[in-house]
Design a protein around this ligand. Structure first.
Ligand code: JHZ
Length: 412
C-alpha cells in the first residue's frame, strides 16, 4: 500500500458521521502529475478515487486522501496565468475588492494557494499583499509581479508566523484551494488567528450544486477533497467554528463557483437565506439526491467513449484542447488514450512536451493547429468554451467540430 494514501470513513467536516459512498471513479494517478518523457518508463503511482456524502452535514468529500505534501510541495504544473479568462476574472475581482473594502497601504491582504500571484498582483497597488503557496515553482512567478510569497501550507502555524511578522490581515483570500485541504479545521483555526476582528475571509470554490447538475464530474480528482454546498459550509464555519457566513455569490467560473464572505460576527446578507432555499429546492440537503449522481456519470462516460470510437472507425483525426487537471479524470475514467486522441494542445509552457497522467497522451503547444488541422477537437477545458470557441473561430470556419463533453456530450 502506498504510504501517501489513506482511506477516510468518517466525515472530515463534522467528524460525527460515517460517510455514505456515492461514486467510484476507479483508480488513477493525481490529475496534475504530468509526465516528462523520462518518467514514461517508470511506475506511475495511482490511487482510488471515490466520493461520499455525510448524512449529517451534507459535506461531499473523497474517501481517499493523498498526503498534500505529495500533491503540492513540488513543481506545480498549473499556472493561473495560462488561462486568459481566469486572469481577467481575478484582475477584475482584485480591483473590486480594493474599491469595496477601501483598501489602503497599511492593510494586509493574504492569499492562500496564491499560485502565480494574478489576484494579489491586481491588489498590490492598493494594499500590502502576501501569498502563501506550498509549490516550489509558482511563487517565483508571483515574485516577478511584486507579490511576496511564502512557500508553505496555510494553517494555524503559518498564520501565527504571519501575525508575528506582518500583523493581522484585513482580508484573507482563498480561490480554488479551500476544498483542496484534508485538515480543513487547521485552515479555519489559521483564519481565526490571522484575521483582524473587522476582517473578512473570502473564498471561491466549486459549488456542489453545479457538480450534481450542469457541471462535470471531471472536477473530481485527488486534489479536490471537498465539494461544498452552502449547507455544508454553514455547518463547518458556524456550528463547528463559530464564524459567520455573511454573504454569498454564485459566479460563472469553473462551471459555477460559490464565493463566500466570512466574518467574525455581525450582519448577514439576504443572499445567505436565499441561497440556502435554492439548495433545498435542488435537494442538496437530502442524501438520496447525491446517490443518483453515479448513473448520470456512467451515461456520460459511455456516450463519450462511443462517440470517439465511432470517429476513429470513420478515420477522423481527433485531438484534445486544453490539458486541465479535470481533463485527466475524464480521460482516465472514460478509458481515452492516444489511440483515440492524437495529441492535446495547451497554452501552459510547463505542460507542453509532457504526457497526461495515466492516459499518456502527448501535450503540445497550440501552434501545431496552424499546420495540422484535425476533424474534431475534444474540448477538455469546457469551462472556457465560450472564450475558446470565439478564439478558434478560424478553425471552426474551416469545418473543425468541437466536442463538448459535459454536462451531456454535444458537438458544435
Ligand atoms: P482550468 C485548476 O484545475 C487547478 P484545471 C486546480 N486544481 C483547481 O482547483 C481548479 O482549477 C479549480 C489551458 N487553456 O483552469 C490552460 C488552453 O490551453 O480549467 C490550462 O492548462 N487554452 C487548482 O486544471 C487549462 O486549459 C485556452 O484558451 O481543471 C485550463 O485549466 C484556455 C482558456 C486554457 O483548471
Amino acid at each position: 500500500m502506498n504510504p501517501n494514501w489513506k482511506e477516510e470513513t468518517f466525515c472530515r467536516s463534522c467528524g460525527d458521521e460515517k460517510l455514505v459512498h456515492m461514486l467510484n471513479l476507479g483508480t488513477m494517478p493525481p490529475a496534475n502529475a504530468f509526465l516528462e518523457s523520462a518518467d514514461m518508463a517508470k511506475d506511475e503511482p495511482a490511487f482510488p478515487l471515490r466520493v461520499a456524502v455525510c448524512p449529517k452535514c451534507f459535506s461531499v468529500q473523497l474517501q481517499d486522501t493523498i498526503d498534500p505534501a505529495a500533491l503540492f510541495s513540488r513543481e506545480y504544473y498549473y499556472f493561473t496565468g495560462a488561462s486568459q479568462p481566469l486572469v481577467k476574472h481575478f484582475e477584475d475581482f482584485g480591483t473590486r475588492l480594493a474599491a469595496e473594502f477601501h483598501l489602503q497601504k497599511k492593510d494586509l491582504v493574504v492569499e492562500m494557494g496564491s499560485n502565480d500571484g494574478v489576484l494579489l498582483g491586481a491588489i498590490a497597488p492598493y494594499a500590502r499583499v502576501l501569498g502563501v503557496d506550498p509549490a516550489t515553482n509558482v511563487g517565483v512567478e508571483a515574485e516577478k509581479k511584486g507579490v511576496k510569497t511564502i512557500q508553505a501550507f496555510f494553517g494555524e502555524k503559518s498564520a501565527t508566523d504571519i501575525v508575528r511578522t506582518e500583523g493581522h490581515a484585513r482580508l484573507i483570500l482563498a480561490n480554488n484551494v479551500f476544498a483542496h485541504i484534508p485538515d480543513i479545521h487547521d485552515v479555519i483555526r489559521g483564519i481565526k488567528v490571522l484575521l483582524a476582528d473587522d476582517g473578512q475571509f473570502i473564498a471561491e470554490m466549486h459549488w456542489v450544486g453545479n457538480l450534481m447538475g450542469a457541471g462535470g464530474f471531471d472536477q473530481i480528482y485527488h486534489e479536490h477533497i471537498h465539494y461544498f454546498s452552502l449547507h455544508s459550509l454553514m455547518y463547518l464555519f458556524e456550528t463547528v467554528h463559530g464564524l459567520t457566513i455573511s454573504r454569498v455569490e454564485l459566479i460563472p467560473i469553473h462551471g459555477e463557483s460559490l464565493r463566500m464572505f466570512v466574518t467574525k460576527g455581525g450582519a448577514v446578507d439576504q443572499s445567505v437565506p436565499d441561497f440556502l432555499k435554492k439548495e433545498k429546492m435542488l435537494g442538496l440537503d437530502r442524501v438520496e439526491e447525491y446517490l443518483n449522481f453515479s448513473s448520470r456519470v456512467t451515461q456520460t462516460k459511455n456516450t463519450l467513449f462511443q462517440t470517439l470510437t465511432d470517429l476513429k472507425q470513420s478515420q477522423k483525426k481527433v485531438v484534445g484542447y486544453g490539458a486541465p487537471a479535470k481533463g485527466n479524470t475524464l480521460l482516465n475514467f472514460c478509458g481515452i488514450g492516444p489511440d483515440l486522441l492524437k495529441y492535446i494542445v495547451d497554452t501552459t509552457p510547463t505542460k507542453q512536451n509532457t504526457y497526461t497522467p495515466g492516459s499518456h497522451i502527448q501535450v503540445v503547444s497550440p501552434d501545431i493547429l496552424k499546420t495540422d488541422i484535425p476533424d474534431y477537437v475534444l474540448l477538455l477545458s469546457w469551462n472556457y468554451a465560450d472564450a475558446i470557441l470565439e478564439k478558434e473561430k478560424e478553425l471552426r470556419a474551416r469545418g473543425v467540430k468541437f466536442i463538448i463533453p459535459v454536462p451531456v456530450v454535444r458537438i458544435v
